[in-house]
Design a protein around this ligand. Structure first.
Ligand code: FE2
Length: 303
């Protein structure tokens, strides 16, 4: 029922650093600031896709998931209520802040706020990249993907498939026993992934996909020239076959910057992989790149 990842929101003491980081390194465009001084990051003709609000600590503020038809919002709300969740209807003011026509929102069992939206505001032919890149793969595939860290991936699997309606793309089951699960809701191999971290809840990284491998190469050069901490070197993933590298954003979480992921369709058959990468993706020695992302201990949220 969900059709794509429409937007992501964060709070960060370093929100202002995104004013140069997003256009100069990532090739994004800045939209108009939000009313609280938030930095709005554009990657296509949507009014914004990533919003960084000023805040005292780095936090995930919300996930915005699109549905493709207006009538699906009440149906999705019913589905959530049937699962025992408290569902709120966003008023006009909130819809305006999120640049959508309508939305509902709720908190999942790990206290992540999800907003389910319809009618994202777009301005045709308005996107101009912040540096010379060929552009981002969005459209029906949405903004990219997000990787959550949960204490129990199986509990996450049950919630995100049975309640949220995601479909499993595949799993990476490593020889050390750790598992990651990947989920799609459109042709993108995964819009959501879950990785297990005992005793903690968080967000490891988000991914933006470029149209051209040279966009990835020039970003890698820029990161090295400008001292942007890298988390993982260039490599190719086993499952979605994306060629990418991982950099650390000004707000604790990492960003996978990639090219060339395969698409999935209704005939897709999940597989299990033993490792995440066919080649590369070596963890860097940079201590700033080795943080796990935005993390909070589960005791704080009772999970
Ligand atoms: Fe990723």
């Amino acid at each position: 029922m969900l059709s794509s990842l429409a937007y992501l929101g964060f709070r960060s003491p370093n929100s202002d650093q995104w004013r140069t980081f997003a256009p100069d390194i990532l090739g994004c465009m800045l939209g108009e600031d939000g009313e609280d001084g938030s930095v709005r990051v554009r990657i296509d003709d949507a009014e914004w896709r990533i919003q960084i609000h000023p805040g005292e600590t780095d936090e995930v503020a919300y996930f915005g998931w699109a549905v493709s038809e207006e009538g699906m919002l009440p149906a999705f709300a019913e589905r959530l209520r049937a699962a025992g969740l408290t569902v709120h209807t966003g008023d006009r003011g909130l819809a305006e802040k999120r640049s959508v026509d309508q939305l509902i929102w709720f908190e999942d069992p790990w206290a992540f706020r999800h907003e389910v939206v319809w009618g994202q505001v777009v301005e045709p032919s308005s996107f101009r990249p912040g540096r010379p890149v060929s552009g981002f793969v969005t459209g029906k595939q949405g903004l990219g993907h997000a990787v959550l860290l949960l204490p129990d991936v199986e509990a996450g699997h049950a919630f995100f498939t049975e309640v949220m309606g995601f479909r499993l793309s595949d799993k990476i089951a490593r020889p050390d026993g750790t598992q990651s699960h990947f989920y799609h809701c459109n042709g993108r191999h995964h819009s959501l992934a879950l990785a297990q971290v005992p005793g903690a809840v968080g967000l490891n990284h988000i991914m933006l996909q470029l149209h051209n491998i040279d966009d990835v190469g020039t970003a890698l050069d820029l990161c090295r020239a400008r001292g942007v901490p890298l988390r993982k070197e260039l490599g190719r993933h086993t499952n979605d076959q994306m060629i990418s590298f991982y950099l650390t954003t000004p707000s604790s979480f990492h960003l996978e910057y990639g090219f060339g992921a395969l698409d999935v369709d209704d005939d897709w058959v999940p597989a299990t992989y033993r490792r995440a990468s066919t080649w590369g993706h070596k963890m860097t020695d940079d201590p700033a790149g080795r943080t796990p992302g935005i993390l909070r201990r589960t005791e704080a949220v009772g999970a």
